[in-house]
Each structure stands twice: as structure tokens, then as C-alpha cells.
Design a protein around this ligand. Structure first.
Ligand code: LLP
Length: 396
């Protein structure tokens, strides 16, 4: 798991900030997810948006996952890494004509279509190539994911998917579109969902809609229920691998599949979060009257989640006399970055062993939506990486 000694040794001559990926933990996570999904015959597409680092993608491909993409470049990247086109799906509310054409050229498994207008555009572009495009309708089920409002996607007020009251029109459009083949329905209600009851509510909606299509004579091949399984940001060492068994069991128990129907998932965060940490050095300790500031060489440019969503990430001191858990003097710090924004803060009043310039700090659970959301604001350096040794017997 998170091997501090190995990490400190590896990092001692490295420039920071640097993303550290524990490939052994990643492999264990992938194995656990695959095993739990296989038990029910479920297919998992990995959501590339969570992390498209090539070493990570190679391990995910080799473990037998498909790819869930949200841009033409993600589709391209998935193909380059070696995901089979038949294992690639493409979602997104704003697919451009060029992106659609390229995905059609690659003959990907399906487009997850987010509006009626998009159905018409894909039909026209497929007609121009003289082919049929496989589509799944992304339906907005109006189910509350009970997560942060910025990562809730399945409510009527969200921009995603086709509203349930527009389904009649969508089906009519499909009837008039010779170059579209409806293969399924698709849902994604939000991210970092920790209450599994939310997924039960989703199953109820999916069942209703599955019946609705069945009654109208559509034999859907696929029910795609998206991603969203949350991870433990507070205790990464206690829960390094999410409880995939319980998650998939909800769908096995509550989803009513018609004969021959496949169930597809699009997990991102749950597969890659815990294997990644952002490692930084303390540049300055600034003791104020009201606050002690720990100024790191990493900032919101490397990990934007705290600034954007007020997200919690565990912050640890890695080295020093007694290490993070020792009996060294403890102080409360506001842990901040060097960027010229007050929101450039990783945590307030964080209790840490007393720190000094040069100390190593780990910001945990940063494997998903970390590196991929980095920016060059303030003309920051490109992101650096460090990997744990590749798991024995695993080819990357
Ligand atoms: N499928 C679709 C259509 C999605 O939009 C997403 C994520 C996923 C699957 C994967 O969801 P996951 O299993 O990772 O929850 N930047 C935010 C998260 C945005 C999620 C966007 N969509 C964060 O840092 O929390």
C-alpha cells in the first residue's frame, strides 16, 4: 500500500511538486474491480477523464477494461493505448462534427447521445460516410446523487442527457434516422457518491425506462449506468480499495435486466484515486499572529479540487524526525500553494508535526481529477511524475 519509506527514498533526489503513482495499488484496485464486476457479467469502461496518464491507461487496458471518452482526443488516446474500438464509448453534451466523424471512422462501440439535435447531427454525418452509428440515449433521470452540486449531473437542472419528457420525440427522431441504431440507454448521475442507496434509486428509474422502451418494441442491448462510486478521502490508508463488491451487488440485486441485456459501467475515480499522491516540499513556514502558513511548492495549478470544490484531501508530512505519526510537536497550519489566489489553499488548520523548509508533504487520494485538471496558470512548470516499481508480472 502507501509505502512511505520507499517513497521518501525515491523522492529524495527528485524535484517537486511531483505526482507519485503507486502502480501496485492501482493493479490491486483494478483486480478487485474486475473480479467483482465479472461475478455478475458486468462490463466496466474506465472514464479516461479521471486520469489519462499513459502508464496508468496501459495497466487499465491490460486489466481488461473498456474506455469511456468525452472528447475526440480521449477517443484518439484510447485507440493509441490499444483499447479496442469495440470497447470505446463516447459521451459529452458538446461533441463537435470533427469529433463525431473521427469516432465514426474508428467504428467505436457507441455514442452516448445527450440531445435530440445531436441524434440528427450524428445521423447526417453517418449518412455522409454511408454507415450506421450505434447510439445509446443518455437520459437525465432526475435522481439526486447527494454529492457536491458541481459534480451532480442527473437532475432536471443539469445540462446533461435527454430529459425524460423528451423521450417520445427522441424515439420519433430515431424512427426517421436510417443511419442510427439504438443499442441502449445511458445514465450518469454524478460523482463521489458514497451512499449506495442513491444507486438503488437509479436502478428504479432505469427499470422504468427499460420497460418504457420494451413496451414500444425496442430491444435494448445495453443498460449503461455510468460511474460515480466514491472513495474515502478522509482515510485513504483504511480504505485504499473501494468496496466494489457492495457497489456491483446493488445493481445485481435491483436492476431488472431483460434476457440477453448487458450492463455497462463507467468508473473513473474509484479506479485511480487512491494510487495517486501529489508530493510537494515546504518552501516557507510563515508564522502569523492568527495563523501558521505552510507554503508548498505545489499549488492549485497541480491539484485544483480543494480550490474548486472545497474538496478535502488528507495532508501528511512524510519525513522528519518522527514522521507523520510520531510524537513530534504538532502544530496547526493553513497549507497553501505559491499561486497568486487566496483560494490556493489545500487545507485550513491542518494538524501536522512541526514543519520546516524542505520537508516533504504528501497530498493523498489525488490520482483522479488531479493531474488531468492541472493548469499552467502563473506559467507553472509541466507536471512531473514518479511511479512506484511496476507490479511483478505486469506488462505496461
Ligand atoms: N461517465 C460520465 C458520463 C461522466 O461524466 C463521468 C464523470 C464518469 C462517467 C466518471 O465518474 P466517476 O466514476 O469518476 O465518478 N472533476 C470532478 C469530477 C467530475 C466528474 C465528471 N464526470 C472532481 O474532481 O470531483
Amino acid at each position: 500500500m502507501f509505502d512511505r519509506k520507499q517513497l521518501i527514498e525515491a523522492i529524495s533526489h527528485q524535484e517537486t511538486p511531483v505526482y507519485y503513482y503507486d502502480l501496485l495499488l492501482l493493479q490491486q484496485t483494478l483486480d478487485a474491480a474486475k473480479q467483482a464486476a465479472d461475478k455478475h457479467g458486468f462490463h466496466v469502461h474506465y472514464a479516461l477523464k479521471a486520469n489519462f496518464n499513459e502508464r496508468i491507461l496501459s495497466l487499465i487496458r491490460n486489466a481488461g477494461f473498456g474506455a469511456d471518452c468525452v472528447s475526440g482526443n480521449e477517443v484518439k488516446k484510447a485507440i493509441e493505448i490499444g483499447f479496442r474500438p469495440n470497447d470505446i464509448v463516447f459521451a459529452g453534451v458538446g461533441k463537435s462534427d470533427r469529433e463525431i466523424r473521427e469516432a465514426l471512422n474508428h467504428d467505436i462501440f457507441a455514442f452516448n447521445v445527450e440531445s435530440i439535435a445531436e441524434l440528427t447531427v450524428i445521423n447526417t454525418l453517418a449518412a455522409a460516410q454511408g454507415i450506421k452509428a450505434r447510439v445509446a440515449l443518455r437520459i437525465n433521470p432526475n435522481v439526486d446523487a447527494q454529492t457536491h452540486q458541481y459534480i451532480t449531473t442527473g437532475l432536471d437542472e443539469n445540462k446533461f442527457g435527454i430529459a425524460h419528457w423528451q423521450l417520445g420525440e427522441a424515439v420519433e427522431t430515431l424512427g426517421q434516422s436510417e443511419h442510427l441504431e439504438l443499442i441502449g440507454i445511458h445514465f450518469h448521475i454524478g460523482s463521489q457518491i458514497t451512499d449506495l442507496n442513491v444507486f438503488k434509486s437509479l436502478c428504479v428509474k432505469v427499470n422504468e425506462l427499460n420497460n418504457w422502451f420494451d413496451e414500444r418494441g425496442f430491444r435494448l442491448q445495453v443498460l449503461n449506468v455510468g460511474g460515480g462510486l466514491g472513495v474515502d478521502y478522509h482515510q485513504p490508508d483504511l480504505h485504499p480499495i473501494p468496496d466494489f463488491q457492495s457497489y456491483f451487488s446493488v445493481f445485481a440485486d435491483f436492476l431488472e435486466r431483460k434476457p440477453g441485456q448487458e450492463v455497462h459501467f463507467e468508473l473513473g475515480r474509484a479506479l485511480v484515486s487512491q494510487c495517486g499522491s501529489l508530493i510537494s516540499r515546504v518552501l516557507y513556514v510563515k508564522n502569523g499572529i492568527k495563523k501558521n502558513f505552510l507554503i508548498l511548492d505545489a499549488g492549485m495549478t497541480e491539484l485544483m479540487r480543494p480550490a474548486l470544490y472545497q474538496a478535502y484531501h488528507q495532508i501528511e508530512k512524510l519525513d522528519g524526525d518522527a514522521g507523520a505519526q510520531g510524537d513530534a510537536e504538532q502544530l496547526r497550519y493553513d497549507v497553501v500553494g505559491p499561486i497568486c489566489e487566496s483560494s490556493d489553499c489545500f487545507g485550513k488548520e491542518v494538524l501536522l508535526p512541526k514543519c520546516e523548509r524542505g520537508d516533504l508533504i504528501a497530498i493523498r487520494t489525488a490520482g483522479a481529477y488531479g493531474e488531468v485538471m492541472a493548469s499552467r496558470y502563473n506559467l507553472r512548470e509541466e507536471i512531473r511524475y514518479l511511479y512506484s516499481p511496476t507490479p511483478v508480472g505486469v506488462d505496461t
